[in-house]
Design a protein. Structure first.
Length: 139
């Protein structure tokens, strides 16, 4: 059963990373092309597995995995793990906009929830557009 939860959770993480449409005008700009060049779907899935547990989603293992196994910068890996945890905590659940473990991610309600609850913080942290990440990952 935990394996099924991990698979769903990982799919949720990958889609969450790709759902936001943000601007690259942040003064922080922690995620740059050098980080994007190190990311791929497999990296996000692998690191997503490390954050999913029975108690929810823990960003620290996700960030650590992105840093150590895929050489994503510390700052960018922190931004990516933070937005995944935010999306998981704020927009998933039985009656939430994105459904249980992100089962309704492709709905306008889910996209709005992700942007309203997590988008600004991610933009301020990462300084990049998730649209660019989506293109890079071919999502």
């Amino acid at each position: 059963m935990l394996n099924n939860i991990n698979k769903i959770g990982t799919s949720f993480l990958v889609i969450c990373f790709a759902m936001f449409t943000l601007h690259s005008s942040s003064s922080y700009a922690y995620c740059g092309m050098e980080d994007l060049d190190k990311l791929n779907i497999d990296a996000l899935k692998e690191c997503g597995y490390e954050g999913v547990s029975w108690s929810g989603l823990d960003g620290q293992p996700i960030s650590t995995c992105l840093k150590t196994k895929h050489q994503v910068s510390q700052q960018c890996s922190g931004c990516l793990s933070d937005v995944a945890v935010c999306a998981y905590n704020q927009c998933t659940g039985v009656r939430a906009a994105c459904g249980v473990l992100g089962s309704s991610l492709n709905t306008p309600e889910c996209e709005k929830c992700l942007e309203d609850k997590c988008g600004r913080t991610f933009q301020e942290c990462a300084g990049i557009s998730i649209t660019l990440l989506r293109r890079h990952l071919e999502l």
